[in-house]
Design a protein. Sequence first.
Length: 132
Amino acid sequence: DNNDRQRIRICMTSKEELIYENYKATVEDLESYIDDLQEKHGDLVSAIDAVKEYRDVQETREGLAPITDGIFVHADFKPDKGFKINAGDGVVVDKTADEVVDLLEQRISDVESAIEQAQDELLSIYDEIDAL
């Protein structure tokens, strides 16, 4: 009878440890996801600043346009030329700077909502861990 209680106690401890490890993995995943979202948020804010800078170009000016992370091409920035936006499926559409800023602000709003949702989920998991 005493041995049975000890085995049950050991099994419960192992079960609690397994639950804790699952929570820990989920917390790590959520924290990484939030970090990625915060980085994306920063990139979007920087993109808005860049669009506003290009929008204010009054005369043709040479600069560098990014091709991918860390790779640039020389480009001439001309006033009132607008922007090209990938609409998907190989379709590219023209947009004004203000339209691009609006699009980027919507993306920022979406990212902020995702961050808030992930943080709420994280807090809920912390509460569940505390209840163990």
